[in-house]
Design a protein around this ligand. Structure first.
Ligand SMILES: [Mg+2]
Length: 254
C-alpha cells in the first residue's frame, strides 16, 4: 500500500501531540479479538485525546469498550463513535417510535428497542442494514421484496471487508449491500459511516477540537482517507496487518 506507515512510525512523529487523535479500529488498533502491535502505546501516549472512529456496525460503544477492556485496552465508551450505533440513533431521532427492520447483531437491535423503535421485519416503516451475522438468503429475499416495493433503507457503512489477523478479507456490511444491489439494480441507498465525514465530525464536536487541530489514522484510503479529506482533518495511512500468505480460513456452514 503506497505511502502507508506503521503505527510505530506514527508514534515517532508529531501526530500523537495533536489535540485530538482519531483512530480507525479494524486493521488499525485491533484485528478480530487481537490488539495490534503498539495499539497500547498509542493509548498510553494520547490518553483522553484518543478517539475511536469506526465503521464497525456490530457493536455499540458500550459493547466495544467491554471487548477492548478484555484485551487490556481501557477505552472509555464516550470516546468511541461507531457507524452502526450512529445509524440506529439517527433513525430513532428522525423516526421516533417507528417500526424498523434492523438487520444487525443483537447489540444494535437492543439499542434500537432501548431508543423506542419497534423492531419488525414483516411490516417495517424503514430498514437498517448493518453487519448482520444472521443475514442469509431468506433475509435477502425478504429485504429485496421490501426495497423493490419502496421501503426506505439506510446502510451503516459501505465497506466490503476488513482484514483478519493474517490479512485475509472478512466480509463487511458492504458485501451484504452488494448482494442486495445485485438483486435490485439502480438503488440509491444512503450510508452513514465513512467515507462520509459525519462520524469524524461527531467525534470532533464531542472533543471540542477544530479539524485543523486533529489527525485521523486509518488503513483504508477509500473510506478513512476520503472521510478525513471531507472533514478537513489531516490523514495518516497505516499499513494493514498480515501478509496475505497461507490459506484463507474455511467458511462455516449456516
Ligand atoms: Mg480499518
Amino acid at each position: 500500500m503506497t505511502g502507508a506507515v506503521g503505527l510505530l512510525d506514527f508514534l515517532a512523529g508529531s501526530g500523537p501531540q495533536k489535540a485530538a487523535v482519531l483512530a480507525d479500529l479494524d486493521g488499525c488498533l485491533i484485528s478480530g479479538a487481537q490488539l495490534l502491535p503498539h495499539a497500547l502505546d498509542l493509548f498510553d501516549r494520547c490518553g483522553d485525546r484518543l478517539w475511536i472512529v469506526s465503521n464497525n456496525s456490530s457493536d455499540t460503544a458500550d459493547t466495544l469498550a467491554a471487548r477492548l477492556a478484555a484485551m487490556g485496552f481501557a477505552m472509555q465508551a464516550a470516546q468511541i463513535v461507531l457507524a452502526g450505533e450512529e445509524t440506529i440513533r439517527r433513525v430513532a431521532q428522525e423516526r421516533p417510535g417507528q417500526r424498523v427492520a434492523v438487520h444487525a447483531a443483537e447489540p444494535l437491535c437492543a439499542l434500537a428497542r432501548q431508543l423506542g423503535l419497534i423492531t419488525d421485519h414483516n411490516a417495517p416503516d424503514v430498514a437498517i442494514l448493518a453487519r448482520d451475522p444472521g443475514f442469509c438468503l431468506a433475509s435477502l429475499t425478504r429485504l429485496t421484496a421490501q426495497v423493490a416495493r419502496g421501503l426506505p433503507l439506510i446502510v451503516t457503512n459501505p465497506d466490503l471487508n476488513h482484514p483478519d489477523p493474517e490479512g485475509h478479507p472478512v466480509p463487511e456490511t458492504g458485501a451484504l449491500l452488494a448482494a442486495l444491489t445485485a438483486a435490485v439494480p439502480g438503488l440509491a441507498i444512503p450510508t452513514v459511516g465513512k467515507p462520509r465525514p459525519d462520524l469524524l465530525q461527531l467525534a470532533l464536536a464531542r472533543a471540542g477540537v477544530a479539524p485543523a487541530d486533529a489527525v485521523f489514522i486509518g488503513d483504508t484510503p477509500e473510506t478513512d482517507g476520503a472521510a478525513a479529506r471531507a472533514a478537513g482533518v489531516e490523514f495518516v495511512l497505516l499499513r494493514r496487518p498480515g501478509t496475505l500468505s497461507g490459506t484463507p480460513p474455511e467458511a462455516q456452514p449456516c
